[in-house]
Design a protein around this ligand. Structure first.
Ligand SMILES: NC(=O)c1ccc[n+]([C@@H]2O[C@H](COP(=O)([O-])OP(=O)(O)OC[C@H]3O[C@@H](n4cnc5c(N)ncnc54)[C@H](OP(=O)(O)O)[C@@H]3O)[C@@H](O)[C@H]2O)c1
Length: 314
């Protein structure tokens, strides 16, 4: 099969690889589309190696057809998505509702699992509460807005341009803050604070985030784009009874990912099947142009997801 390989120190190129073999509890997927995520950029430059036993082919999510049953599925992967075939544990697969294209379905698993796990399972977002999402126009942010709105929360986002803010408003965000022109701490103070923050920025954002949280607020870290070392006053944590948490998805064991799959099937997938949650796909590239896809994601000049497509169509 054709697959994308990483050539150190950080180039993507097409290569021939054997079709992977599905073990017990796995399915072999003929891949139609594969989502591109920021963690893939880190893997390309050697900063996010695959967990032990996982293929070195990048790619954390695919949509395609189960070669045995012919069913349309999308899957969360620990690697191997940038290829014409991929194997996935059955417990990390979701069937694709008829209203979704393969490209749309491929844009979902990594972000939906991450947001479900962090905002709903760890952060325990409740209907009526307010969620602040930094990086609102990111792949993660654009799905977080829709998932939180679908389950009855209020959503505030920050983004780095008016265009990105407009894209988030169109997805249902209640309030958007261009952090380059406005101080998000002051804007959130005017709103009376937020209950949960989904943070991918880290660094100097963390003490500012704590200022934004209400009593019993939750601070959930999923990345540290501006640095992982932070300086916070723990008296703020005590006085506001703040819970600070976070997680990484890729190394989680299968049974934990299966639990997430079940929660998503029950609470999120019906909204996806109804079209009330729809991935924002910025653009697609053929698999052979994976490097161009990475260059675009790295530039930050987009809102939503980039998806790679293979020659396979149903
Ligand atoms: N923990 C987990 O399980 C998990 C899983 C998946 C992804 N992630 C992480 O979540 C983040 C979002 O992933 P994604 O695939 O949605 O990424 P993405 O689409 O590339 O979005 C990254 C966003 O971060 C914002 N940003 C803020 N500060 C930045 C900086 N210093 N450098 C670059 N971007 C910056 C950008 O928005 P502005 O232009 O508006 O600033 C951009 O929208 C990534 O950091 C990724 O590694 C974590």
């Amino acid at each position: 099969m054709q697959a994308i390989e990483i050539i150190p120190p950080g180039l993507l190129t097409m290569a021939q690889r054997p079709v992977p073999i599905a073990k017990s509890g796995e399915i072999l997927i003929r891949v139609a589309a594969a989502g591109v995520n920021r963690p893939d950029l880190l893997q390309r430059i050697g900063k996010y190696p695959p967990p032990p036993g996982i293929t070195d082919i990048p790619g954390l999510e695919v949509a395609g057809v189960d070669v045995v049953t012919g069913n349309r599925v999308c899957a969360l992967l620990a690697g191997g998505g940038y290829a014409e075939y991929a194997v996935a544990p059955v417990g990390q697969c979701l069937s694709i509702p008829p209203n979704l294209s393969m490209v749309e379905a491929a844009a979902l698993p990594e972000t939906v699992f991450t947001v479900w796990n962090n905002v709903f399972v760890r952060g325990k977002l409740q209907p009526g509460e307010t969620l602040l999402v930094h990086g609102g126009s990111s792949g993660i942010g654009t799905i977080a807005i829709q998932m939180a709105k679908a389950l009855g929360a209020r959503v505030i986002i920050t983004a780095g341009s008016d265009e990105k803010c407009a894209a988030c408003l169109a997805l249902g965000a209640d309030l958007v803050i261009n952090y380059k022109t406005h101080d998000f701490v002051a804007e959130i103070a005017r709103e009376g604070g937020v209950d949960i923050i989904l943070d991918m920025v880290g660094g100097d954002y963390v003490p500012r985030n704590l200022e934004c949280l209400k009593l019993d607020g939750r601070h959930v870290s999923i990345a540290s784009l501006n640095g992982s070392k932070v300086n916070v006053d723990i008296r703020t944590i005590m006085q506001k009874r703040i819970i600070m948490t976070g997680s990484t998805l890729r190394p989680r064991p299968l049974h934990e990912k299966e639990m997430l799959t079940r929660g998503i099937e029950e609470h999120i997938w019906p909204h996806i099947a109804r079209g009330t949650i729809k991935p924002l796909v910025h653009t697609t590239f053929p698999l052979a142009e994976a490097q161009k896809a990475h260059d675009l994601l790295e530039s930050g000049d987009l809102a939503g997801k980039i998806v790679l497509t293979t020659d396979f169509t149903e």
